[in-house]
Design a protein around this ligand. Structure first.
Ligand SMILES: *[C@@H]1O[C@H](CO)[C@@H](O)[C@H](O)[C@H]1NC(C)=O
Ligand SMILES: *[C@@H]1O[C@H](CO)[C@@H](O)[C@H](O)[C@H]1NC(C)=O
Length: 450
C-alpha cells in the first residue's frame, strides 16, 4: 500500500516536472536554422526565408584576387572569423549525422544541409592551395568601429591567411574536422561533393599537423576576439573526425602521440575541444581510456562546477549559456554510450530548459516567454532602408527592427540576472558558435521524443 502510494507520488512528481519544462523543441530547432540564414554573407539564394537580409560583402577577396564571398558573419558583427565558423560547422554536421531522425522529424534535414554547405562552400574557396588557407575576412577593429547594415558596408575587408611559414594548426585541424564531418553528412546525397570535402579535410589536417603554431599568432587581427590557447586539442579532434570519415587508423596514432599534452585540457567551445574529441573517440573506439576521461570531465563539471542559484552551469560571464549547453551536449553524447545515461540526459535537459524559459524568461530571440528584443546584432537592429542606421540606433532604447528568430543570446550573469540592452554584448550578443551545440542538442531531444 505504502509502496505503491510512494510509487504513484514519484510518478506524479516526474510527470509534473516534465510538464513544467516542456518546450516545443522542433519549433526552436527550426528557428535556430533561421538564425544561421540571417548570418549569411555574400549572395543570398532565391529560397532565403529571412528576407530582411540582402546580398552583402560581394567583393570579399584574397590577396591575389581570389573570390572569398560567402560564409557566415560571426556574431552581431560582420567579420568572417574562420576558427569559430569551422567549430560551428563541425558541431552542426555532428548533430545531423548523429541525430538525423530528430532533424527528419522536425522536417529540417534539407535546411541543415544548406546551413552546413553555406560554410563548407566558403571554406573550399578559402583553401587556395595546399598550405594556404584564408582564416579571416574583415578586420575586428575596423569592423567593430561601424554600426549599420551589412548591405551598406564600405569599410576595407582585408583577408588573412595561414601558410607554411605563418601556421595555424588549430585553425587547420578544426577546418579539417568540419570538412570531414560534412563529408559524412553529404555522403549519401552527393558523393562527388563528399569526396571533394574529404580531400580538403585530409589536406587541411596534414597542413595543421606538419606546420605547428597557433593561428592567432599568425592572424594577429583575430586577437580582438578569438585568441587560441592550444592547438593539440584541435589536432586530436581533427584526427578523430578524419578517422570517423576514412576509417584510417593512422589518425589514431596521431591521437596517441598527442594524448599526454591533451588529456587535461578540459572544456568544449570554439577554443577548447577536449569534451567533444574525448566523447567522439570513446564512441569510435569503445576504449576505456576515453570513456573514463569523458566521465571524469562530466562528473567534475556537474558535481563540482560553479552554478547559478537557478542551476545554470556557469563557466564564464561572456556568453554563459553557450558554455553550459556545449558541455551538456558532449555529456549527452556520453549518455548515448551508456555512461550515466539518465542523469546526463536530465542535466542536459535542465541546461537547455533554463535557456528556453525555466529561469523565468526565454533567452532565444522570437521564442517563448519574454524573449530578448534588444540583441547586440547590427543587422537586426537596423530598420529597412532608407532609414539611417548608426550608433544612435545602437544606443537607442527601441527594440531591434527585425526579429532575429532562433538566436541564442549570451545569457544571464552569475546571479541569474539579465538586462535586455544592446550595449551589454557579453550577455545580449548572439554568435554562430552559440547556436551550434544548442541546435544539435535540440535535434537530439526531438529524436529522444522529449
Ligand atoms: C554534387 O556536388 C558537385 C560538387 O560540388 C556539384 O557540382 C553537383 O552539382 C552536385 N550534385 C547535385 C545533384 O547536387
Ligand atoms: C547581474 O546583473 C544585474 C542586472 O543586470 C546587476 O545589477 C548585477 O550587479 C550583476 N551581478 C553580477 C555578479 O554581475
Amino acid at each position: 500500500m505504502q509502496q505503491s502510494g510512494l510509487g504513484a507520488a514519484l510518478l506524479f512528481a516526474v510527470v509534473t516536472l516534465t510538464a513544467a519544462g516542456s518546450y516545443d523543441y522542433k519549433d526552436v530547432l527550426q528557428k535556430s536554422l533561421l538564425f544561421y540564414e540571417a548570418q549569411r554573407s555574400g549572395k543570398l539564394p532565391s529560397d532565403q526565408k529571412v528576407t530582411w537580409r540582402h546580398d552583402s560583402a560581394l567583393h570579399d577577396k584574397g590577396n591575389n584576387g581570389e573570390d572569398l564571398t560567402g560564409g557566415y558573419y560571426d556574431a552581431g558583427d560582420y567579420v568572417k572569423f574562420g576558427f569559430p565558423m569551422a567549430f560551428t560547422t563541425t558541431v552542426l554536421a555532428w548533430g545531423l549525422l548523429d541525430h538525423h531522425a530528430g532533424y527528419q522529424s522536425a522536417n529540417s534535414v534539407q535546411e541543415c544541409l544548406k546551413a552546413i554547405k553555406w560554410a563548407t562552400d566558403y571554406f573550399i574557396k578559402c583553401h587556395v592551395s595546399e598550405y594556404e588557407y584564408y582564416g579571416q575576412v574583415g578586420s575586428g577593429n575596423v569592423d567593430h568601429a561601424h554600426w549599420g547594415r551589412p548591405e551598406d558596408m564600405t569599410e576595407a575587408r582585408p583577408a588573412y591567411k595561414i601558410t607554411a611559414s605563418k601556421p595555424g594548426s588549430d585553425l587547420a585541424a578544426e577546418t579539417a574536422a568540419a570538412f570531414a564531418a560534412a563529408s559524412l553528412v553529404f555522403r549519401s546525397s552527393n558523393s562527388t561533393y563528399a569526396n571533394v570535402l574529404l580531400k580538403h579535410a585530409q589536406q587541411m589536417y596534414e597542413f595543421g599537423y606538419k606546420y605547428r603554431g597557433l593561428f592567432s599568432d599568425s592572424i594577429t587581427d583575430s586577437k580582438c576576439c578569438y585568441t587560441s590557447t592550444h592547438y593539440e586539442d584541435e589536432l586530436v579532434w581533427g584526427a578523430a573526425w578524419l578517422y570517423r570519415a576514412t576509417g584510417d587508423k593512422t589518425y589514431l596514432t596521431y591521437v596517441d602521440v598527442l594524448w599526454d599534452s591533451f588529456k587535461n585540457m578540459y572544456g568544449f567551445d570554439w577554443d577548447q575541444k577536449f569534451g567533444g574529441a574525448t566523447v567522439l573517440l570513446a564512441k569510435l573506439t569503445g576504449e576505456t581510456k576515453y570513456k573514463t576521461a569523458i566521465t571524469n570531465y562530466c562528473d567534475y563539471v556537474y558535481e563540482k562546477g560553479t552554478r547559478t542559484s537557478k542551476g545554470l552551469i556557469f563557466i564564464y560571464d561572456w556568453g554563459p549559456l553557450r558554455y553550459a549547453i556545449n558541455i551538456a551536449y558532449v555529456c549527452l553524447q556520453a549518455a548515448d554510450l551508456g555512461i550515466k545515461t539518465a542523469s546526463y540526459r536530465a542535466e542536459a535537459k535542465k541546461q537547455m530548459d533554463y535557456a528556453l524559459g525555466d529561469a523565468g524568461r526565454s533567452y532565444v530571440i522570437g521564442f517563448g516567454n519574454n524573449p530578448p528584443t534588444h540583441a547586440h546584432h547590427r543587422a537586426a537592429s537596423c530598420p529597412d532602408k532608407p532609414a539611417t542606421c548608426d550608433w544612435t540606433t545602437y544606443h537607442g532604447s527601441q527594440p531591434n527592427a527585425h526579429v532575429l528568430y532562433g538566436g541564442l543570446v549570451g545569457g544571464p550573469n552569475k546571479t541569474d540576472q539579465f538586462t535586455d540592452v544592446r550595449t551589454d554584448w557579453r550577455h545580449t550578443e548572439v554568435g554562430c558558435d552559440y547556436n551550434a551545440c544548442f541546435q544539435s542538442m535540440l535535434a537530439h531531444f526531438v529524436q529522444l521524443g522529449y
